[in-house]
Write a protein that binds this ligand. Structure first.
Ligand SMILES: NC(=O)c1ccc[n+]([C@@H]2O[C@H](COP(=O)([O-])OP(=O)(O)OC[C@H]3O[C@@H](n4cnc5c(N)ncnc54)[C@H](OP(=O)(O)O)[C@@H]3O)[C@@H](O)[C@H]2O)c1
Length: 298
């Protein structure tokens, strides 16, 4: 299959290139930079240079492929609403490019946008926040509209995706801990994040492309919930810094833009995804990768 991949040079996208090329797909990866184009060639992919926000260009690139995986996003937290609304238009454009065919579009979202209906871990069938509540949900809303119009769209929701270099938003927490000279968690630290090793996440995208159901949401969750006090302890040991609980009222001063996330319980389940796609993640787990962090994050 010829797959057009946005975000092909990113943390997840670069592992996706390896996975898809390794399983016999032809991959055309997108990047804005010469360095990205060179990296894609080294990884065995074709490459196109461009910006996802150049919508006519994006549409033409998607029309030339048998399938599209969208994993690009600009994570500039200072302007999350603008980047999220841009992503809505990107998903709409990719969907329009595939209209009138059964060619699949795989859209990337996050399990952190889903709220559990019953107090347990968030399920694939639970609803997502609205973009009015959380701007990043614009991507899910664009996918909803395409699915309602009968397009072959599937959503992969990612939790904290990790290896020994990157661990989702926990990478930001590690930087914060270095700056502040201590590792903090909020209250008792029993609130959780869900997690997946980046290699397992990449394999799931391959399974979704091969046998995913049109309209389905899949959770790339290997670990349903890792307590934030355990995450903080692992960071503290690795960095040799003290670990302390802070009150909710102190969270904004320590965590900045991450304060609401730092206190939230974001457990999520991938059980139905595992069953349906016979996805069997094998790790390593989040705390193992945190304890073996590479100096790169310094
Ligand atoms: N990492 C996680 O733990 C996690 C968790 C939940 C959800 N997600 C979602 O998963 C997706 C991939 O995340 P990631 O961690 O791999 O991101 P990343 O490492 O920050 O990579 C971002 C990618 O997006 C591309 N990109 C950004 N703006 C672009 C633009 N205007 N035009 C073209 N390409 C653009 C970059 O390409 P160039 O710079 O080469 O152009 C790069 O390949 C995102 O949707 C993210 O929100 C990630």
């Amino acid at each position: 299959m010829h797959v057009f991949l946005t975000g092909a040079t990113g943390f997840i996208g670069s592992h996706l290139v390896t996975e898809l090329v390794g399983t016999g797909h032809r991959v055309t990866g997108l990047s804005r930079s010469d360095a990205g184009i060179a990296a894609l060639a080294r990884a065995g992919a074709d490459a196109v240079r461009g910006d996802v926000n150049d919508l006519p260009f994006l549409r033409a690139a998607a029309e030339a492929a048998d399938a599209v995986v969208h994993a690009a996003f600009d994570h500039d937290h200072a302007d999350m609403r603008r980047h999220s609304e841009n992503d809505r238009r990107v998903v709409e454009t990719l969907g329009a490019a595939l209209a009138g065919s059964d060619r699949p579009l795989v859209v990337t979202s996050g399990t952190g946008l889903v709220r559990s209906g019953n107090g347990g871990p968030a399920l694939e069938t639970d609803g997502h926040l609205s973009s009015a509540e959380f701007p990043r949900a614009a991507t899910e809303e664009a996918a909803d509209a395409l699915i309602a119009a009968g397009r072959h769209v599937m959503v992969v929701r990612l939790p904290q995706v990790h290896d020994t270099h990157r661990q989702g938003r926990i990478t930001w927490q590690i930087q914060l801990a270095r700056e502040q000279g201590s590792v903090a968690y909020v209250g008792g630290g029993a609130n959780r994040v869900s997690a997946v090793h980046v290699g397992d996440a990449a394999r799931l995208y391959g399974l979704v492309l091969a046998s995913g159901r049109a309209g389905a949401r899949y959770h790339a969750v290997a670990e349903e919930g890792v307590a934030m006090r355990d995450v903080a302890a692992a960071i503290g040991v690795r960095l040799g810094l003290p670990v302390a609980s802070i009150d909710p009222g102190e969270a904004q001063a320590y965590f900045g833009w991450m304060a609401p996330l730092a206190a939230a319980d974001l457990a999520a389940s991938g059980a139905s995804t595992r069953r349906e796609l016979r996805w069997d993640p094998f790790g390593p787990d989040l705390l193992t990768d945190l304890r073996a962090q590479e100096p790169l994050v310094r």
